[in-house]
Design a protein around this ligand. Sequence first.
Ligand code: ATP
Length: 256
Amino acid sequence: MNKERMITVTNFSKQYKGFTAVKNLSFSVEPGQILGLLGPNGAGKTTTLRVLCGIIPPSSGSLLVAGHDVARAPIEAKRNLGYIPDDPRLFDTMTVWEHLAFTAAAYKLADFEKEAEALLASFELAHKRDTLVHNLSRGMRQKVAIACAFLHDPKVILFDEPLTGLDPQGIRGIQQAIRDRAQAGAAIIISSHLLSLFENLCTHIMVLNHGECRRFGTMEDLLKEVGHTDSTSALEEVYFSITQAPDQSSDTAVVS
Ligand code: ATP
């Protein structure tokens, strides 16, 4: 597998009208790695993902997706990127299949039908192919958003709370899909409050608090450091020790 860094974030900061939401963040993610982004409400997770996928601009620093600067070369960066927001917006008056066809047209994919059929089958949506998304359940809508994000086979995938609204079967399916994508060489970031999701999936963990990186490392190192064999307990311990500690400024963590 090519170990070129697929996501490279260097000294990234984001201010909203003078309020610093993310401060001096640096990290990278390689193909096959799954980074879990953890942190309390307002820590800066969604802001980081939204800047990485070019929805909002950074205030400073550089963010590269597959080698393309998201601010200077947004089209090239987006061509390599799949983003699943926490509240995916779909078109109520379009069917499931029309969403996939629309996405294929946006990415100029010539032969998308086979891949689209496979995605619908893997997300157990084949029977809803011609249903308006307005008439789908919340979990099904989430799966449509994920199928659309996967259609162009992105090298970088960003998930903001991917399991919202999914049933246990759906959760298992999405986890497997994420694992498969990583194994096929995608670099993935997942933001979630569900520590058990990280235990099952992530190779790396970053804890954000008040917009700053408080911890970045491999899941393995984290477990060794805390001395737990159970990843969820280890993550809980690290999470609470960081987020309940008195506020402190830290150096930027640069880890690859
Ligand atoms: P959650 O876990 O609740 O989703 P988060 O870690 O994703 O939180 P962000 O949504 O990135 O947090 O928000 C980080 C900070 O930036 C918060 O204090 C939030 O109020 C602020 N913020 C986010 N978007 C804006 C905006 N458009 N204008 C002003 N402030 C904003």
